[in-house]
Design a protein around this ligand. Sequence first.
Ligand SMILES: Nc1ncnc2c1ncn2[C@@H]1O[C@H](COP(=O)(O)OP(=O)(O)O)[C@@H](O)[C@H]1O
Ligand SMILES: [Mg+2]
Length: 162
Amino acid sequence: MENFMKLEIAALGENESFARSAVAAFALPLSPSLMELSDIKTAVSEAVTNCVVHAYGRETDAGKIRIECRIEKTGFGGTLHIEITDFGRGIDDVEKAIAPFYTTLKGDERSGMGFTIMQTFMDEFSIESEPTKGTVVKMSKRIGMERTAEIPRAEERERVNA
Ligand SMILES: Nc1ncnc2c1ncn2[C@@H]1O[C@H](COP(=O)(O)OP(=O)(O)O)[C@@H](O)[C@H]1O
Ligand SMILES: [Mg+2]
């Protein structure tokens, strides 16, 4: 059976490290390299942070963030599919929002690079958003696909065991 997990958390900053660690832990059976794990954590971190700071805002009560992951096994490795959903204010112009350095929170610590980072670190990326309804970010990463049967020792040592 295909492996999956679903997680619902309050959109609070303190849940960001929990969310990225939970997704990374779920990916461990695919034996990701430290680099792959780090990419996944960073992408999840950016998506969850966006839900916390943009979807619901800081002044309002925290909303909900839903995180759904699925592992698609393929040959030696597999693909980790991640969907991060919020039910917040949504994005008016998605094309504009994903442009590098675009941010609606200027002067803050925001860099406008969140979506660019997600696109760079993951193999697939897409967003669906509806103003006042919320946003879904979908990302996928192939893990262990380029590896040959014989893994160089250095890389072997770097690999993380479940
Ligand atoms: N979940 C979300 N809900 C509503 N708006 C969002 C969400 N995620 C991102 N945005 C919008 O897209 C812009 C770009 O996001 P991002 O690239 O992560 O940059 P930053 O978070 O630094 O502003 C944000 O400034 C915000 O206007
Ligand atoms: Mg961001």
